[in-house]
Write a protein that binds this ligand. Structure first.
Ligand SMILES: Nc1ncnc2c1ncn2[C@@H]1O[C@H](COP(=O)(O)OP(=O)(O)O)[C@@H](O)[C@H]1O
Ligand SMILES: [Mg+2]
Length: 409
């Protein structure tokens, strides 16, 4: 039953709407109110699924009431009913959080369709988005299930995909829990080739509308990677990337976090809607940079952007991937420049990294004894929900090696 509250100052309108809706088997008017203030009180009491709201009412008008409801009862979507000529109000009303609006006079069919649409959307959001259901503020850690870890970088070629793959593999090794890797580089995703996965289904299958977005469907699309990793591949061809919308990303991530302990998301270098959605859903964000001036600049911009998105600093780890052998910078100079601690600096290991990619297997699997594998395992451990936000782990570097690497956590 879709429970509806009707807010309108004219008693006969309230009665008519009630009568109209009484013919629908799945809709029930559970309460009515004569102005905005009363509408809020009644909604707070009855917690309806949908609120039908008139605009012009004495006392508190429908728009102010909608604004207040959006803050106070975000799980109660509002459908605004207004007469022609109030379009300007309507724009404001939509901005204030109304989901739909109906122009009077509307037909019973239009009304019913609108109520069902809003209800269904809210249901989907409720089951997909724990954040919305809990009414949590943006930027707060959300985590009724697994940890979502998004790997970002400003510049391409910094080793984002390399880090994402090895992080996922290292999480499997270190935690023996369920881990899923998602390729959200929707145009030129490399996870499939870098892991040598021969699999016919990709994220495109999930968004083409052929099936409903649920775990069974996603399970069928996921590839099986090494170590028992599950992998959601990116589209096979760039033009399919556009099919994946932000709401798809949200739905997929929310289902995956219920099924897995860790969801590692690789991203494209360009900031897309999909990436922003993933950042919004993330518990942890890893920013991969390199030892070049442009890469440092891009890392700084990325950190700035994360700040403006209100991502808490504690949830961000900067990884400097030192794969440029001629670099003249080191972690401390980068930290000074970024005004942000570098959690781990990975050494340049073209032979090991190249070899692992050639074999299509994560480096933490092919060269588990190497320093770089140990650092990646340390990074994985620092992502455990109970890991300390600060402190430092040092990796003992073998005697022959002139390098020193450290891992902060
Ligand atoms: N630590 C490293 N040492 C040597 N080569 C590296 C290292 N990290 C990454 N690479 C190489 O850099 C290239 C780009 O890495 P990739 O993960 O595809 O970057 P991105 O996803 O950021 O574009 C890859 O070919 C990989 O072999
Ligand atoms: Mg990549």
């Amino acid at each position: 039953m879709i429970r509806v509250v009707v807010v309108d100052d004219i008693p006969s309108t309230r009665e008519n709407l009630k009568k109209l809706l009484s013919f629908e088997e799945d809709i029930e008017v559970v309460g009515t109110a004569g102005d905005g203030r009363e509408g809020i009180d009644v909604s707070r009491q009855l917690q309806p699924h949908v609120v039908l709201m008139d605009v012009n009412m004495p006392g508190m008008d429908g728009i102010s009431a909608t604004e207040a409801l959006a803050v106070e009862l975000p799980q109660c979507p509002v459908v605004i009913m207004s007469v022609q000529g109030e379009r300007d109000y309507l724009r404001r009303a939509m901005q204030s959080g109304a989901r739909e609006f109906l122009i009077k006079p509307f037909t019973g069919d239009e009304l019913v369709a609108s109520i069902r649409r809003v209800y269904e959307l809210e249901e989907k959001k409720g089951s997909y988005s724990p954040k919305a259901a809990a009414g949590a503020a943006v930027g707060e850690p959300v985590n009724p299930g697994g940890q979502v870890c998004v790997v970002l970088s400003g510049k391409g070629g910094c080793g984002k995909t390399f880090v994402a793959i090895n992080l996922a593999a290292a999480l499997r090794v270190e935690t023996s829990t369920r881990v899923c890797l998602v390729d959200l580089d929707l145009q030129f995703g490399d996870v499939g080739v870098m892991m040598n996965l021969d699999h016919a289904k990709t994220i495109t299958e999930l968004v083409d509308g052929q099936g409903s977005m649920d775990w069974e469907f996603i399970d069928d699309v996921l590839a099986d990677g090494p170590l028992g990793l599950r992998v959601l591949l990116g589209p096979f061809s760039p033009e399919y990337g556009d099919l994946v919308r932000a709401d798809h990303v949200r739905a997929i991530v929310d289902i995956l976090r219920r099924e897995f302990d860790y969801v590692v998301v690789d991203t494209a270098s360009q900031l897309s809607e999909a990436t922003l959605e993933a950042i919004d859903a993330a518990d942890r964000v890893i920013v991969v940079g390199a030892l070049t001036i442009p890469a440092i600049k891009d890392t700084r911009l990325m950190l700035k952007m994360l700040e403006s998105l209100k991502v808490n600093r504690d949830r961000i780890s900067v990884v400097v991937n030192g794969h440029d052998a001629h670099a003249v910078y080191d972690a401390p100079s980068i930290e000074r420049n970024l005004k942000f601690p570098v959690r781990v600096q990975l050494p340049s290991e073209p032979r090991l990294v190249g070899g692992s990619i050639h074999r299509g297997s994560p480096l933490v699997v092919t060269h588990p004894e190497s320093d770089i594998a140990e650092l990646l395992r340390g990074l994985a451990n620092s992502l455990k929900p109970d890991a300390a936000a600060s402190g430092e782990i040092k990796v003992e570097v073998k005697a022959a090696s002139p390098r020193r690497f450290s891992l902060r956590r």
